[in-house]
Design a protein around this ligand. Structure first.
Ligand code: ZN
Ligand code: ZN
Length: 308
């Protein structure tokens, strides 16, 4: 399609929490979570933050692909606030398939359309002219064209998914909001007050958490993960459901990830700060004698899936 690369990942929104359209933030980007994956003329979109607005404008420039599948990690504003302004939804002939946390398709529908009701928004999702569907996973799997998708629960307030996506023999993990390692960082604070049986349970949870994530993430070609805070800011925000970038990096090394993308960075961090954190991450990787690649997920960045 229009990107010039056949099968690719493109970052349309990379910020955590709220849009940050400030001059000091433009090298990294100010829009909230939205990542496009395109393979074999199928488009998969992860999250509908403000980044989905320019993606919508981009998509209507072409005629080839008019069906989209949108995976939502959860329904916090920074992941859905672009949907009311997503132009393909308002054009007949387009087909949109949504998936996200929820007990059934109706619940997903309510959560997607809930932000577009009076008095919060002037037009309801019912006015969308596209053919809109809400998907259901079978055996915790979804398939869309060449994409095989497995949702998994992450540590973030409410029900939140990460997605393990396989395409062309490549594994891509998208986990925008996730606190790692949650059991260690959050529960570990109570370690001294634990009774022996509680301590035993804690150790079991610690092992289980690590094993579960390692199994999901192991050998991933691309790991797009929450890297919201510095260690200093994380210390003030334990249990908020976001990771310190060094914890994310440490986990990625342990899981033998090939390329890490630091994502959902704090909107308070300007370009210089994010680039400084990236430098620290590269030193950390070097110190751990790992050859993992590490990048800032910058708005507009395109990564070829074929060349991974
Ligand atoms: Zn978020
Ligand atoms: Zn959230």
């Amino acid at each position: 399609m229009t990107s010039g690369t056949l099968n690719y990942i493109r970052f349309w929104g990379v910020r955590g929490s709220y849009p940050a359209p400030f001059g000091s933030h433009m090298r990294v980007g100010g829009n909230t979570s939205c990542v496009e994956l395109q393979a074999d003329n199928h488009i998969l979109i992860c999250d509908g933050g403000s980044g989905i607005i320019p993606l919508g404008q981009h998509l209507i420039q072409q005629q080839e692909i008019k069906e989209l599948t949108i995976l939502l990690t959860h329904y916090h504003w920074d992941h859905i606030s672009g949907l009311p302004f997503f132009v393909p939804a308002f054009i007949p002939g387009w087909k949109l398939n949504f998936y996200g946390p929820g007990d059934n398709q109706q619940e997903i529908e309510q959560r997607v359309s809930g932000q577009m009701i009076d008095p919060y928004f002037p037009i309801e999702a019912e006015t969308w002219l596209a053919d809109v569907h809400f998907l259901q996973a079978h055996n915790n799997q979804l398939e869309y064209g060449p994409f095989k998708i497995e949702p998994f629960f992450v540590h973030h307030p409410g029900s939140t998914f990460g997605y393990r996506i396989q395409v062309h023999d490549k594994t891509i993990i998208y986990a925008s909001d996730n606190e790692l390692p949650f059991v260690d960082n959050f529960m570990g604070e109570r370690l001294n007050k634990m009774k022996p049986d509680e301590l035993k349970l804690f150790k079991a949870m610690q092992i289980e958490e690590k094993a579960r994530y390692i199994e999901l993430i192991n050998n991933a070609h691309i790991f797009i993960h929450d890297a919201q805070y510095t260690p200093e800011d994380y210390a003030k925000k334990r249990g908020w459901g976001h990771s310190c970038y060094l914890d994310t990096t440490n986990f990625a090394i342990e899981a033998n990830v090939k390329q890490l993308y630091l994502f959902h960075v704090d909107p308070n961090y300007n370009d210089n700060k994010v680039e400084e954190l990236h430098c620290n991450t590269l030193k950390f990787i070097d110190k751990h004698q790992s050859n993992m690649g590490c990048h800032i997920a910058r708005e507009g960045l395109i990564v070829s899936i074929d060349k991974l």
